[in-house]
Design a protein around this ligand. Structure first.
Ligand SMILES: Cc1cc2nc3c(=O)[nH]c(=O)nc-3n(C[C@H](O)[C@H](O)[C@H](O)COP(=O)(O)O)c2cc1C
Length: 248
């Protein structure tokens, strides 16, 4: 089974997204999946021009000749798409949205009615399949993912794919410090992600208990609040001592 992962953190391999994605991908591979990860930040992905070249002049082909061609051919061959993006301004990152805009050649301009709703017809060579959202955010509460989850669900309806699960890690900025000082706390989350990846390939689904385990609070809110504020303060102080007037 083929899987395409779209990695939407500008921090690439050093991201919290990567910490969470690795065990998930390992789990999928252990169950026999062929997984292709695209780091969107490393690729040439021009913004959509809104010119409808892909609908009218050359149906199914974008005006831009850039890396999106390879991404689209991978997506077309994949049963599972994983959108891996941190929350930026209550949604996906700009590079992820930029890529999703460029997927418009995968649908036709023509409308059809699906479940009593206007949708574009998905092109014949774009097979159906599943979408999994993997995200982390800086704030503490799980509801910070609500707008992103709704957006990805709407995207799935329009591209006619099943929204299978959202794997959400709030207070994601706690991952790296906790891995240094309290690795057991994070290991539970990483093990659950590995199991989720394996089960997704083996059964087509991710059990609710694993989804909940991945999102569970890693520390009480007041501890995160105080620790984060202290670290930001120390960061500002550190840079004050490092920066010369030339740097500024
Ligand atoms: C431009 C920007 C906007 C952000 N907006 C939000 C936000 O709306 N809500 C939130 O909880 N975290 C927000 N964050 C925090 C990130 O989600 C958080 O730092 C996350 O751990 C980054 O993940 P990454 O390392 O995978 O890139 C934002 C970060 C940046 C840089």
């Amino acid at each position: 089974m083929k899987v395409t992962v779209l990695h939407g953190s500008p921090r690439k391999e050093k991201s919290n997204t990567s910490i969470l994605l690795k065990p998930f991908v390992d789990g999928m591979k252990s169950a026999g999946a062929e997984v292709h990860v695209f780091y969107l930040k490393k690729l040439e992905i021009n913004p959509c021009r809104g010119c409808f070249y892909c609908w009218l002049k050359h149906p199914g082909e974008c005006y831009h000749r850039d890396d999106v061609r390879e991404i689209i051919s991978s997506l077309k061959e994949s049963e599972i798409w994983v959108l891996a993006t941190p929350v930026y301004v209550d949604g996906m990152t700009g590079i992820m949205k930029n890529l999703l805009d460029r997927l418009i050649p995968m649908v036709e301009p023509f409308f059809e009615m699906r479940e009593n709703h206007f949708r574009h017809i998905v092109r014949e060579d774009v097979r159906g399949g599943k979408v999994v959202l993997l995200s982390n955010c800086g704030f503490y509460e799980l509801d910070n993912f609500d707008p992103l989850v709704e957006h990805v669900k709407a995207f799935c309806k329009n591209i006619n794919r099943e929204f299978t699960a959202s794997l959400l890690r709030p207070h994601g900025e706690a991952l790296k410090p906790l891995m240094s000082f309290y690795p057991d706390l994070v290991n539970g989350v990483l093990d659950s992600l590995r199991e989720a990846g394996k089960l997704l390939i083996e059964t087509g689904n991710i059990p609710k208990e694993l989804v909940e385990e991945i999102s569970k609070p890693l520390m009480p809110p007041d501890v995160y609040f105080e620790t984060a504020n202290r670290m930001f303060k120390e960061g500002i102080e550190y840079w004050k001592t490092k920066l010369t007037s030339k740097d500024e």
